[in-house]
Design a protein around this ligand. Structure first.
Ligand SMILES: [Fe+2]
Ligand SMILES: [Fe+2]
Length: 245
């Protein structure tokens, strides 16, 4: 059984020193892998990421992260990624990493994702250049993410996003902003890529549980939703029936 700790939307700022360090210390007794679902900082300033990186140094297990929209705000993405990498955090964007844990291969494909909306209430690649650019970015980032998921050939495939692939985990958010909280294209990527579970953040007022149209479990681990330093999830496929003798 693989245990995954996951949280998003930590929104660290310059005054967040030691906010979570004591929770990360000794995490190996609770989890095998730690996933961070974006919005790690408040404004994407390197100083804010340095504060989080210092807290993460107490974490003894592999950490995988995607960035969120807040982490892009200061236009210093390369610097904040470098700070995370120096703290031994793997940062994914349309890419994947494979771990061997307890004799099983675990693949994590990650991307920030983007908005766009959900079937029946989504943007379209039509009209003004700005609208076309918005939807083309949504589709192209989802396609890159799909390739990362699809190319994994591991015992378990985890999809890690910031934006949501389903409206089901947005319940509680204002419907008017759903198109800025996620995109159905991300669910298509998860289902076509055959991921086993998806974690995302971004929807602070949403709910934890949902699933894609293809039946992949989706967990919104935004910290304001789960109200803990992280949640623990177990990857434990039901045993296949034994063949008859
Ligand atoms: Fe957030
Ligand atoms: Fe966000």
């Amino acid at each position: 059984m693989i245990r995954v700790a996951a949280v998003g939307d930590l929104h660290f700022d310059r005054k967040s020193q030691n906010r979570l360090a004591e929770h990360f210390l000794g995490l190996e007794s609770k989890a095998d892998l730690f996933l961070l679902a974006g919005d790690l900082t408040q404004t994407g300033h390197p100083e804010e990421m340095r504060v989080l990186a210092e807290d993460l140094r107490t974490c003894p297990i592999p950490i995988v992260a995607v960035l969120g929209n807040h982490d892009y705000h200061s236009d210093q993405v390369q610097q904040v990624i470098q700070i995370l990498e120096e703290a031994r955090v793997t940062v994914l964007e349309g890419s994947a990493i494979v771990f061997e844990l307890k004799g099983q291969s675990i693949g994590v494909a990650g991307a920030k994702g983007f908005g766009g909306g959900f079937i029946g209430a989504c943007g379209s690649d039509f009209g003004e250049p700005e609208m076309k650019a918005f939807m083309r970015h949504s589709k192209s980032s989802a396609r890159k993410f799909e390739t990362a998921v699809r190319d994994l050939h591991t015992d378990y495939k985890i999809a890690l996003l910031h934006y949501s692939p389903t409206a089901q985990t947005l319940i509680g958010e204002r419907k008017e902003i759903y198109p800025f909280l996620g995109s159905y294209s991300l669910a298509e990527a998860i289902d076509y890529g055959k991921a086993d579970i998806c974690f995302h953040g971004h929807a602070h007022a949403g709910v934890e549980r949902g699933e894609t149209p293809g039946g992949c479990p989706v967990r919104n681990v935004a910290q304001p939703v789960i109200r803990h330093a992280f949640n623990i999830y177990t990857l434990d496929r039901p045993q296949l029936p034994k063949p008859m003798p």
